[in-house]
Ligand binder design. Structure first.
Ligand SMILES: NC(=O)c1ccc[n+]([C@@H]2O[C@H](COP(=O)([O-])OP(=O)(O)OC[C@H]3O[C@@H](n4cnc5c(N)ncnc54)[C@H](OP(=O)(O)O)[C@@H]3O)[C@@H](O)[C@H]2O)c1
Length: 233
């Protein structure tokens, strides 16, 4: 089986690619620095793999990138895509873009599987590390359900080896945390002493987060906790 992985050099892709290779599949990475060096925001060469695992994503333009990728697919029999929990419930521009990616895939006619995942532990760490650089740490009033990227990678591999399944159950971490808890854990791990100040997120997106519309209560849960992830650091 020939599998093309877009974004195979990224946080998620770095776990997915070796796991797919271990199954004996032929795996090619497409990214700006991959085996196929290609910017999905520009011209994409014809893609003739059996399975495409679409993990590439950036700050903006993912909808354009996804449409360019789909237009280049030739005879692909299964496209697996990673999306984000809250794509259709939290009114933020980048989430609308993620929803547009999903819709483009649904409309493409290529048999597909879409997995929405929660925020990875890695990104949560980047976020709290950034906040903790400030002398007074603003802590947004929201909850997160971070998931370990290794759990997401294992699920993506399973889906890529299986049949197209449409949109499958969301995958989040095992625990829901208040943001202040995540910040506190990081401060205590690093021995930093900081004043923290609660911040109310404005607008409709803020309300969506307060309502927990970025969480999943009935989806699948990864095994590895935020505490275990931090302990490995
Ligand atoms: N991080 C999270 O918490 C999270 C949660 C749920 C879903 N997701 C989704 O999962 C996907 C992977 O996330 P990640 O954390 O692994 O991201 P990441 O670490 O930022 O990696 C992004 C990958 O996409 C490639 N890429 C970016 N822009 C590209 C472009 N214009 N053309 C071609 N390749 C491009 C990058 O490779 P090059 O730099 O080599 O081009 C890299 O391999 C994204 O779609 C993201 O939205 C992420």
């Amino acid at each position: 089986m020939e599998i093309l992985v877009t974004g195979g050099t990224g946080t998620l892709g770095r776990h997915v690619v070796p796991a797919l290779r271990e199954t004996g599949a032929g795996v090619t990475v497409l990214s700006r620095h991959g085996d196929i060096a290609c910017d999905l925001l520009g011209e994409v060469p014809p893609i003739e793999a059996d399975v495409v695992v679409h993990l590439a994503g950036g700050q903006k333009g993912d909808d354009v990138a996804t449409r360019n990728l789909l237009a280049a697919c030739r005879g692909v029999r299964h496209l697996v895509h990673i999306s984000v929990i809250g794509a259709d419930t939290v009114p933020l521009a980048w989430l609308r873009t993620k929803l547009a990616c999903e819709q483009a895939i649904v409309d493409s006619g290529i048999p597909f599987t879409i997995l929405r995942a929660a925020q990875f532990h890695d990104l949560t760490l980047t976020m709290v590390r950034g906040l903790a650089k400030l002398p007074v740490v603003p802590v947004p009033g929201l909850r997160l359900q971070p998931v370990d990227v290794r759990d997401v990678a294992a699920r993506i591999v399973e889906l890529a080896l299986g049949q197209p399944a449409g949109r499958v159950a969301d995958l989040a971490g095992p625990t829901v945390y208040e943001m202040r808890q995540l910040v506190r854990d990081f401060l205590s791990l690093t021995g930093k002493r900081r004043l923290t100040v609660p911040v109310r997120l404005p607008g409709k997106a803020g309300q969506a987060y307060r309502d927990g519309r970025n969480l999943t209560l009935d989806g699948d849960r990864g095994a590895r906790t935020w505490e275990e992830f931090l302990a490995d650091r």
